[in-house]
Design a protein around this ligand. Structure first.
Ligand code: SF4
Length: 321
């Protein structure tokens, strides 16, 4: 696999009465044709990363670093360049299809608008393509003239996926795309995403707080805590050999389809990003904390060619298990 997108030392700051750095020094790659899962608790910066990648941040800006997408630095791209990239090379599917879709336009009109905003496709062809896209995501093409409120939640989310696919992007960022759906519909949508990704070969950054969901869909998994990356590895490495205490805690917070285990959760709650703790940001909740953890930011420890984590115990060669 080769790298599609390289995120280098990325920081994002929201501006208000007090400026808040919600992502700090993030390094990560998204490979061609992979599903990279991104997990962490609410407020850890994962949705901010989705907005930073599509350069759709509101009230905030990228305050440092680079996002090299197919070699082009999106941080330095002009609005005009970004307009060309959005939808056609990177598209975004968010949690709420209802708020992303325009309630006064039919879903067909919205797909056609998206196609024609970026290509010279004639209207008749664009409508044909809209119907094709609906059948690709298993929505009856006859629903092309339906308004969003006439569709179920699962169908609306499939329509959002159809729109994201419309221009055959290389990367689809999916931010909690199935959270609002019931479990059965969620499983169907996940199956569809996996099937489409295998068929068309695009990359997906799949963001969710649900580790068990990620374990069923992702090729690799990245874990964020309080604005920083704490661990990244293949799905297998994260599932069977998690090395960061936070990743272990997250895994123990969810029932697993792979094994029976006691759910223990993680004590305490994530820190306020207005005044994040010094040193390792997880130290206030970590049962393995040492003095060093309170003052020194852990560096990355490479555990394999694909597995890395940020924890002092690993730097010191102490197994954290
Ligand atoms: Fe825990 Fe220290 Fe490792 Fe942070 S660096 S996860 S506080 S042991």
């Amino acid at each position: 696999m080769s790298v599609l997108c390289e995120i280098c030392d990325l920081s994002v700051t929201y501006f208000g009465d007090v400026d808040v750095k919600v992502i700090e020094g993030l390094n990560m790659t998204i490979e061609e044709g992979e599903i990279l899962g991104l997990a962490g608790e609410s407020g850890c910066g994962k949705s901010t990363l989705a907005m930073a990648l599509t350069r759709l941040l509101e009230n905030g800006e990228i305050s440092g670093g680079r996002i090299l997408f197919q070699g082009q630095d999106l941080v330095r791209a002009s609005e005009e360049e970004l307009r060309k990239i959005r939808w056609s090379r990177i598209s975004l599917v968010t949690q709420s299809a209802m708020s992303s879709l325009n309630p006064v336009l039919t879903i067909g009109e919205q797909i056609v608008d998206a196609i024609q905003a970026h290509t010279n496709t004639k209207t008749r062809e664009a409508w044909k393509r809209a119907e094709e896209l609906l059948s690709i995501v298993e929505v009856d093409p006859g629903r092309v003239h339906s308004f969003p409120h006439e569709l179920s939640g699962g169908m609306r989310q499939r329509v959002m996926i159809a729109m994201a696919l419309a221009l055959q992007p290389d990367l689809i960022v999916m931010d909690e795309p199935t959270t609002a759906l019931d479990v059965v519909v969620q499983k169907q949508v996940i199956r569809k995403i996996k099937e489409l990704q295998a068929k068309f070969g695009f990359s997906v950054l799949f963001i969710t707080h649900d580790m068990s969901l990620l374990l069923s869909i992702a090729d690799r998994i990245a874990i964020m805590y309080a604005g920083r990356l704490v661990e990244i590895g293949t799905c297998q490495e994260i599932r069977t050999a998690p090395r960061h205490p936070y990743t272990r805690g997250l895994l123990n917070s969810f029932p697993s389809v792979f094994e029976r285990r006691e759910l223990t959760g993680i004590g305490g709650s994530p820190p306020s990003m207005l005044a994040p703790p010094n040193g390792c940001r997880f130290h206030e909740r970590c049962t393995l904390v040492t003095e060093r953890c309170r003052t020194e930011v852990p560096r990355v420890t490479n555990l394999s060619a694909t597995h890395a984590a940020h924890c002092h115990l690993l730097e010191e060669g102490v197994t954290s298990g």
